[in-house]
Each structure stands twice: as C-alpha cells, then as structure tokens.
Design a protein around this ligand. Structure first.
Ligand code: GDP
Ligand code: MG
Length: 163
C-alpha cells in the first residue's frame, strides 16, 4: 500500500489547485468508501521515482465555502488518522484567520510529520510574507504558488523525505 499524504486547510486556500497540479498526469480517484470518501478525492503523484497517494480533504463539493467549520475539522481528523504526512495549506495573501489557528493546533497535536504550505506566493517578492505564518507553530514552512507551480519541487522534496 502506498504512503498517503493529506492536504488540509480551510476553504479557498488552494487545496484543490495544489492537488490538481500534483496529480494532473495521474488518474484522480473519487473514493467510494462509505462514510468518509464521498467528500474526499484521492490521486497519485510520482516524484523522485516514488509513488505516493494524495488526498484532498476539501473533497468534491464544488463550492468549498459550503463546508461548515465543523466539517473542515472532521475532515482534518480523518486526514490525521489515515495519512502518513500532512500538508496544511494557508492563503499567504490573507491575514491568519481563526480557523487556520485552530486547525493548525489540531493538526500539530497529531504528532505526524507536517508541513505548512503558504500558498498564493505568486512572485518572489511575496515569498517573504510566508514568514508571518511561522506563528502557527510549524517547523517546516514552505512558500508555494499552486497556480504558478512555484515552490512545488521543494515542497515535494521535503514531504517525500518525511515518508
Ligand atoms: P480550496 O477551496 O482550498 O480547494 O481552494 P481552490 O483550489 O479551489 O482555490 C481557491 C481559489 O484560490 C481559486 O480561485 C484559485 O484559483 C485560487 N488559487 C489557488 N492557488 C493559487 C495561487 O497559487 N495563486 C493565486 N493567486 N490564486 C490561487
Ligand atoms: Mg477544494
């Protein structure tokens, strides 16, 4: 069985964009295990000669804003249970929001290898802003732009090294 990496984060931070970028050349699988997977999407990524399974905990709900906060936390808990490594995504262009802080707390408590991807850092000048997010308490903070494919290789290198 392949190792599993879970992408967590509140709505609109870019989870699906990251997931789609990473899995674009691979088949995306909509899970059908009762109870948990209808709202989760699984895919596969090959990097550095190694296949890994990826889950977008935001799922297939077209407008993620429809996810109530409790649902985000439920998804994060499932992610924590089943994943080997967690990537928490935040929107680097917005202020830290209360759900980010609560979610970070929950995920960090899980004791699994965990990385903070500060997304929407589309230009090198923006990358400095990622440092603000260190306040969340993550040791591993990586600026990325899921849309512009920046920082993705570095993120994968670090995540893969933790597997
Ligand atoms: P999710 O709700 O966390 O799955 O977020 P989505 O992947 O649906 O993205 C939410 C919005 O952020 C969409 O309008 C994306 O186009 C946008 N977005 C995602 N990644 C980036 C990025 O790297 N840069 C910018 N500028 N926008 C992004
Ligand atoms: Mg999504």
């Amino acid at each position: 069985r392949l190792p599993l990496v879970a992408i967590c984060g509140r709505p609109n931070v870019g989870k699906s964009t990251l997931f789609n970028r990473l899995t674009q050349t691979r088949r995306s699988i909509v899970g059908d295990e009762p109870g948990i997977t209808r709202d989760r999407i699984y895919g596969e990524v090959e990097w550095a000669g190694r296949d890994v399974r990826l889950v977008d905990t935001g799922g297939v709900i077209p407008d993620d804003e429809a996810l109530i906060p409790a649902e985000i936390f439920r998804q994060a808990k499932v992610g924590l249970e089943e994943a080997d490594v967690i990537i928490m995504v935040v929107d680097g262009r917005t202020e830290l929001a209360a759900p980010d802080i609560e979610l970070a707390r929950l995920l960090l408590r899980g004791g699994k290898p965990i990385f903070l991807a500060v997304n929407k850092m589309d230009t090198p000048e923006l990358e400095a802003g990622a440092e603000n997010f260190r306040r969340l308490g993550f040791r591993n903070v990586l600026p990325i732009s899921a849309e512009h494919a920046a920082g993705i290789g570095d993120l994968l290198d670090e995540v893969w090294a933790a597997l």
